[in-house]
Design a protein around this ligand. Sequence first.
Ligand SMILES: Cc1cc2nc3c(=O)[nH]c(=O)nc-3n(C[C@H](O)[C@H](O)[C@H](O)COP(=O)(O)OP(=O)(O)OC[C@H]3O[C@@H](n4cnc5c(N)ncnc54)[C@H](O)[C@@H]3O)c2cc1C
Length: 385
Amino acid sequence: MDADIIVIGASPAGLMAARNACEKGSSVLLLEKKEEIGSPPHPANSFFKGMLDKCGEAADPSYVVHYLKGMQIISPSGRIVEVETPGYAIDKSRFDRFYAEKVMKTGVDIRNGIEARNIHREGEKFSVSTSAGVFKSKLVIISDGINSKMASLLGLKTMKHPEDIAWGMELEVRAPALGKPKMFEYYIGNHAPGWKTTYSPRGGDNAAIGVYVRRCGRDATPYLNAWVERFKKLKGLKEFEVVKRLSGGDPIVTLPNEYITDGIMVVGGAAGQSGIGYAMRAGQICGDVAANGIRKGDVSKNVLSEYRKTWEKEFKAEHYLGRIGLETLRKMTDREIDEMAAVFEREDLSFVHGSSIEQAMQVFAFILKKKPSAILKYRALLRNK
Ligand SMILES: Cc1cc2nc3c(=O)[nH]c(=O)nc-3n(C[C@H](O)[C@H](O)[C@H](O)COP(=O)(O)OP(=O)(O)OC[C@H]3O[C@@H](n4cnc5c(N)ncnc54)[C@H](O)[C@@H]3O)c2cc1C
């Protein structure tokens, strides 16, 4: 046996799963196909403090490039809904390296430049075939990202709605003072079907602009090109320098499905768990439950299902409400989105707090009080689109 647990992929979720399992007494081998962790980075450039709070982590200045006060959600006709919530623009390569070093210090054996190719069950143990030979363990955690090959090789349908993956493209750009503002800007409407376009200031002259669409194919280039032209007009820019171009998929509303079986756990983007903070928390839960199974000498689906139960307790309501919200948005006309934004425009929304269900109820009550007829706009969800 090479380790109690093999983790495939140094995603934020995989790193956390490895760390927690190791801290709870399991020996852990983490295989990462990139020669160097964080290079090239996965295209994620920011997160909110609230997300990191969920996994008990604090943002580290070594990877934060710009501190932000919150976000503006901007409707098609330019109505602005402002939400104050601290956020961070990050250097994702430095972020990945920061966590890889932290995880290594707990005793996880991280091996770079090794690609997992297949997983075979042999009685009570697993053989993971890789580009560097075969490794054996009692349990395997798959965290190989949104395009997970390992989970599909095992026949696991890890997402309920894989057709709803958001395909995104981002440009890191430079122009004088473009990175100075303190608010993220998210533009919603049918120019980005299913989700949004973004402007994320990154300090000084640096910013990222992006587009995320659903059910429009994997290539978001036409939407990005249109967004670049509109963005230049909005910000009065003639040109900007494009420093980097990144693309990928985000399973924001796909909902996790089959992500546990005997001796196997799937976590992070591979299991439809989107966003760095959420993936990290899922990784922690997964690592704790995996170590518990190893300690008991029982890694059956039944024992490992504690991972699903804990995850559902913490996140199911939020994920389901998020899906309903983004599906409604995808089906709304620009006019409906404007009318919905008008209800919240210039309002102080700091009263919204508590669990996601409580927050949804508070927002519902707010709409009923301010403009009851606006509730009707949400019937767009029932539209066949
Ligand atoms: C364009 C874009 C922008 C985004 N922006 C943000 C953002 O700003 N904030 C945010 O919170 N989230 C953002 N997300 C979502 C976020 O990136 C992911 O939710 C998060 O990184 C979790 O990553 P992951 O689990 O999908 O794994 P990944 O980060 O993709 O990691 C998977 C790892 O597994 C490795 N791997 C894959 N296959 C193998 C194999 N066979 N053997 C060994 N190793 C393997 C890969 O090399 C990689 O290191 C964005 C997503 C996209 C597409």
